[in-house]
Design a protein around this ligand. Structure first.
Ligand SMILES: *[C@@H]1O[C@H](CO)[C@@H](O)[C@H](O)[C@H]1NC(C)=O
Ligand SMILES: *[C@@H]1O[C@H](CO)[C@@H](O)[C@H](O)[C@H]1NC(C)=O
Ligand SMILES: *[C@@H]1O[C@H](CO)[C@@H](O)[C@H](O)[C@H]1NC(C)=O
Ligand SMILES: *[C@@H]1O[C@H](CO)[C@@H](O)[C@H](O)[C@H]1NC(C)=O
Ligand SMILES: *[C@@H]1O[C@H](CO)[C@@H](O)[C@H](O)[C@H]1NC(C)=O
Ligand SMILES: [Cu+2]
Length: 163
């Protein structure tokens, strides 16, 4: 394979893979533990600490038993566990629409003060490609459809290069 062909192949693979880098992620809050009263008050901050939330991602709050999720609360109400906000019942899928800080608490009994509370920072975007591509222009529009189109492009490129 010539260096030029190798370069084109590398670019084709990058373009084909690009949408998967920008696809929205759905996070199940607490993973297998779910949304419940945790063993310590930093449980959900520990859960969130290694994750980067981006506009378009979805939080999946799922639980059994008696809990809820209050959305759209302030940091002050999060800190004080004030029972305000829009209270939602399970299962709750919250799409992160705006960047900045978001706070969620359970308003049942003393659950919030026992640690059933989550604070996250939502980033505007993690990717900022210098390569013009449809998914770079509209990252939130990256869907399985555009991915199939890119895979089709890759197939065509491979055919042109090696066919
Ligand atoms: C809280 O619990 C989680 C999960 O068991 C653990 O990873 C974390 O270290 C705990 N934090 C503290 C401060 O005990
Ligand atoms: C939300 O999480 C629950 C528990 O893991 C899972 O059963 C459910 O399919 C998830 N829903 C979505 C839309 O991801
Ligand atoms: C939270 O606030 C945003 C912006 O005002 C709004 O679009 C969204 O519907 C609210 N969510 C709930 C659950 O009320
Ligand atoms: C949201 O993102 C925009 C554009 O990157 C930035 O100007 C703004 O300061 C951010 N807002 C917050 C609350 O982080
Ligand atoms: C993305 O790249 C453009 C062009 O280089 C730049 O103007 C813009 O500030 C960048 N945005 C972010 C969020 O880094
Ligand atoms: Cu609760």
């Amino acid at each position: 394979m010539s260096p030029a062909r190798a370069w084109f192949l590398a670019m084709a693979i990058f373009v084909a893979c690009y949408p998967s880098l920008t696809e929205a992620t759905t996070y199940t809050v607490g993973d297998a533990f779910g949304w419940a009263v945790p063993s310590n008050t930093s449980y959900y901050q520990t859960w969130a600490a290694d994750k980067t939330f981006v506009v378009g991602d979805v939080l999946n709050f799922t639980w059994t038993g008696t809990h809820d999720v209050a959305d759209n609360i302030s940091k002050a109400d999060y800190d004080a566990c004030t029972k305000v906000g829009t209270v939602l019942g399970s299962p709750v899928l919250i799409k992160l629409e705006t960047n900045g800080s978001q706070y969620y608490i359970c308003t049942v009994g003393p659950h919030c003060s026992l640690g059933q509370k989550l604070a996250i920072t939502v980033m505007a975007s993690t990717t900022n490609s210098t390569t013009p591509s449809p998914s770079a222009v509209a990252p939130s529009a990256a869907t399985s459809t555009s991915k199939s189109i890119d895979l089709l492009n890759l197939a065509v490129l491979l055919f042109v290069l090696f066919g």
